[in-house]
Design a protein around this ligand. Structure first.
Ligand code: NAD
Length: 433
């Protein structure tokens, strides 16, 4: 289903967000036309290189066998081994994996790390499973997709509902079956198992760097800039804390339970500390005497300079994009802005830094982890952060200059640059045989 707009009998316009894979293909077609891409290469990029669907039988704690369905899609290996996360969620399906794999191809190209794109996952509800069941699911799924994995073939990482522990089980499963240590087959691992210092904070840190650099380019001071952050998880909480350290005023934050607002600035470190101390606590539980409670909708449309959506996809839509007051949006989440909303924001002159650039810090430090693993030589956190900083700055510069030169919004510019790099790699390799 394509993205489309529906008008109900009261004349209210709502947007059907549609299938992400259709959106990705529509975007690719537009980019291909603008770049006058070779039709053969365009056709290659419209189809993932390899797709694997696997049955994952798991012995559940009560002794019965449950069969889950898992996927691994490799969209393109033209620029290097495939790279992308593993998602455990009831809505995981082949089209979602295709779309997210293609977005990983573009993301790795935008930040110029030598990877192609992949994505995978298992359709399951991890919230209803014990840790032991998730461990057995992970090990069987890993064994089933292992024929196409490898440090020089395809390197998974965490995504929604997977974490460093799941990566540790994957690395161990591959190592046991190969009979040798292959920890470099996944990234986002615990530090004791070859993970990189700085990986946990990398995406939020990248988002904060992008906000600071965009402000600089627009000639605006970082000090006192009013920022709202939607989502207070791994990406949102780190971005908010680092932006506050840089001098920004974090005037609103939210999570699934709602938001907090204080026009003088919230104490992000204290809030993060509270949530860290109280497992499963949400912002609604935080005793915020000096802050006003707001809804997520109010957070998105509040009076701020910069908005960082860092929660879920499809948050800024045709029905609320016109009300967004921020003049700068930096997409911490994947796909937080729908196509129609993007058009509205572009017409209004809002600067939108797209997800494939803004949240690429995670894959950049995954790349740095892979490099350290292959060398068996590990760096100090300052070295990792400095390299992340340099790569994010260079990538933003490239996308900014390219978009200005071609007079296109940053999202289109980033996608054009990415597709051009992948196409050049395909052309340079030639078509096998
Ligand atoms: P997370 O699970 O740590 O945090 C998600 C946050 O969003 C939580 O605070 C949650 O309460 C909040 N949330 C959930 N539903 C919400 C709703 N309806 N309204 C408002 N807030 C809501 O996840 P994360 O790792 O921080 O990822 C957030 C986004 O960033 C996702 O789109 C993810 O794909 C993307 N992303 C993450 C990384 C990474 O390295 N973690 C890298 C690239 C992109």
């Amino acid at each position: 289903m394509e993205q489309t707009v529906q008008v109900d009998d009261k004349g209210v316009t709502t947007e059907l967000t549609g299938d992400l894979w259709s959106t990705v293909l529509t975007q690719l077609d537009e980019v291909a036309e603008r770049l006058q891409l070779d039709p053969g290469i365009h056709a290659m990029l419209r189809q993932p290189e390899r797709e694997l669907t696997v049955a994952v039988p798991v012995m559940m704690d009560d002794g019965h066998i449950e069969v889950f369905t898992g996927y691994r899609v490799q969209h393109s290996s033209a620029r290097g081994p495939c790279k992308g996360g593993i998602r455990y969620h009831p809505e995981v399906n082949l089209n979602e994996a295709r779309a997210l794999a293609a977005l990983m191809t573009w993301k790795c190209a935008v930040v110029d790390v030598p990877f192609g794109g992949a994505k995978g996952g298992v359709s399951c509800n991890p919230r209803q499973m014990s840790e032991a069941e998730i461990c057995r699911l992970t090990r069987r799924y890993t064994a089933m997709i292992m024929p196409i994995l490898g440090p020089r073939r395809d390197i998974p990482a965490p995504d929604v509902n997977t974490n460093p522990q799941v990566m540790a089980w994957m690395a161990d499963t591959v190592s046991m079956l190969e009979g040798s240590s292959v920890i470099e087959v996944v990234t986002g691992k615990p530090v004791v198992l070859g993970g990189s210092l700085g990986r946990n904070e990398a995406t939020g840190r990248g988002v904060a760097i992008v906000v600071r650099e965009v402000l600089r380019r627009l000639g605006r001071p970082v000090e006192g800039t009013r920022v709202a952050v939607q989502g207070f998880g791994n990406v949102g909480s780190v971005a908010a804390r680092l932006l506050q350290e840089m001098g920004c005023r974090i005037v609103a934050i939210s999570d699934v339970s709602g938001g907090l607002r204080n026009s003088r600035g919230l104490d992000v470190a204290a809030i993060a500390h509270y949530l860290g101390m109280h497992r499963r606590a949400l912002l609604a539980d935080y005793p915020a005497d000096d802050a006003e409670r707001i809804s997520n909708e109010e957070l998105l449309t509040g009076d701020v300079d910069v908005l960082v959506p860092a929660a879920l996809e499809h948050q800024i839509r045709a029905d609320n994009a016109a009300a967004v007051q921020a003049r700068i949006i930096v997409e911490g989440a994947n796909g937080p802005t729908t196509r129609q909303a993007d058009d509205i924001l572009n017409e209004r002159g809002v600067v939108v830094v797209p997800d494939i650039l803004a949240n690429a810090g995670g894959v950049v430090v995954s790349y740095l982890e892979w490099v350290q693993d292959l060398q068996r030589f590990f760096w100090e956190e300052e070295t990792v952060n400095a390299r992340l900083e340099a790569i994010m700055q260079r990538s933003l510069h490239e996308v900014w200059e390219f978009s200005q030169a071609h007079q296109v919004p940053l999202r289109l510019g980033a996608h054009m640059l990415a597709v051009r790099k992948v196409a050049e790699a395909i052309q340079t390799r030639g078509i096998f045989p």
